[in-house]
Design a protein around this ligand. Structure first.
Ligand code: URA
Length: 204
């Protein structure tokens, strides 16, 4: 069930937004997750990179893109000459969603209401960081940013307008690449690298 956040007066700064997001109860994910995982990077960066949601490692450490998918993203950014000091990295949804299986917490993709509630924070992040270009990693980020839920395959490598009209370059999520069989993973990784290279060029 979705609730209205009691304290959702628009904040004056990104830091104030982060403080408010730390006690967010806009959706149910806050109850089981360890903490809100806010974006990281340079606040006046020309490039924003948006993933899906924190995973197990991110939930525990409180930082985005520190687990296996994040490591693959950082390696690929380096190969594509994307300077992490010129980027703001964040997620469409800021709490980990999982189902317990024994001692393990199995990642679950956020549902549409989670994405829609969390768009409040994504919108604030975008207003305060004002990126020139945004890269959407995967379908959740693409939907959060553009409102378009169509399949990703024909959209990958294209630029769509965000809800605030900023350009969004659609690409694969690194965690998808980690799940593909080796031959398909290699091709998808080359596409992610090409898309990130283009993002670096467009924000040079
Ligand atoms: N996957 C994401 O989408 N975001 C993270 O922060 C980590 C993994």
């Amino acid at each position: 069930r979705l609730r209205q956040q009691p304290d959702d007066r628009p904040p004056d700064s990104l830091a104030q937004a982060q403080t408010q997001a730390a006690r967010c109860t806009r959706c149910d994910l806050c109850h089981a997750a360890t903490q809100t995982v806010w974006g990281k990077g340079t606040t006046d960066a020309p490039l924003m990179i948006v993933g899906e949601a924190p995973g197990d490692h991110e939930d525990l450490q409180g930082r985005p893109f520190v687990g296996p998918a994040g490591q693959l993203l950082h390696r690929t950014m380096a190969q594509a000459n994307v300077n992490p000091d010129r980027a703001w990295l964040t997620n469409a949804v800021k709490h980990f969603r999982f189902t317990p299986r024994g001692k393990r917490r199995m990642h679950q993709t956020p549902d549409r209401p989670h994405i829609e509630q969390c768009r409040w924070w994504l919108d604030l992040e975008r207003r305060f960081t004002a990126p020139r270009l945004t890269v959407a990693l995967g379908a959740t980020a693409a939907f959060a940013l553009t409102g378009n839920r169509k399949p990703l395959t024909p959209r990958r490598g294209t630029i769509e307008p965000a809800f605030d009209q900023g350009p969004v370059l659609i690409t694969w999520h690194p965690s998808l690449i980690l799940r593909l069989p080796p031959d398909r993973a290699e091709a998808a990784l080359a596409e992610l690298r090409a898309d990130l290279t283009r993002a670096a060029d467009l924000t040079a």
